[in-house]
Design a protein around this ligand. Structure first.
Ligand code: 3NM
Length: 210
């Protein structure tokens, strides 16, 4: 997969009064490399529509588009890939359906990370690093020590997620993350482009120090 640094996920509850497409376009203009549609409403007709619209938007800008949970919808709209949780279909089965497309897996412990790498995930999510109210069914924060452990152990790209804000991202970068994902800090921001640029600049500064 194309490498990435900043990954933004939809979270419509954080921007009342603004359209999802408008918000995600701002994130793209701020330099976001991957956009994920995450919609837990269960309303498949609506999710399909949103996925098609986001596919069109991301294609315009050459940005990677991932659908959370729904392999069939990802395929239908020709998304670049799908993101799955630990409780979803096994990776081997997802791979059969997705072919060469991207498959990302959420992991919350090193055993899960190792297993996902072994099963052929293209990238893994590592979190929640900090407490978050965005994902309700998520495990307790894994802390930056899990980020460090993954950075030492795992060879596929990993993206840190969960409660990541401009004020605490330095700790995550210091622990070894070179890719960051955020929901509320990006989509709930007054100035989304600026927030994205600040995340990227912090990642760049860390890289320059390497
Ligand atoms: N997945 P925010 S944490 C969607 O740990 C998601 O797998 C997580 O939202 C995981 O940036 C999370 O607003 C929510 O905290 C991230």
């Amino acid at each position: 997969m194309k490498d990435f640094r900043l990954y933004a996920i939809t979270g419509e509850q954080f921007h009342p009064g603004k359209s999802m497409l408008e918000v995600m376009e701002q994130a793209i203009l701020g330099g976001t490399d991957i956009i994920q549609l995450r919609d837990k409403s269960g309303d498949l007709a609506k999710i399909r529509k949103k996925a098609a619209a986001l596919r069109e938007l991301t294609a315009q800008y050459g940005v990677t588009f991932i659908v959370n949970d729904y392999i069939d919808i990802a395929l239908e709209v020709d998304a670049d890939g799908v993101h799955l949780g630990q409780g979803d279909v096994p990776l081997t089965e997802a791979r059969r359906k997705m072919g060469n497309k991207i498959i990302g897996i959420s992991t919350h412990a090193i055993e899960e990370a190792i297993q996902a790498e072994r099963d052929g995930a293209d990238y893994i999510g590592v979190g929640p690093v900090f407490p978050t109210k965005t994902k309700l069914d998520v495990v307790a924060p894994v802390t930056v020590s899990y980020v460090q452990e993954v950075a030492r152990t795992i060879n596929i790209p990993f993206v840190a997620i969960g409660g990541i804000k401009l004020h605490n991202v330095d700790q995550v970068i210091k622990a070894g993350a070179t890719r960051i994902c955020a929901v509320s800090e990006i989509v709930g921001s007054e100035d989304i482009q600026r927030t994205c640029r600040e995340f990227l600049s912090k990642l760049d500064t860390a890289k320059a120090r390497e």
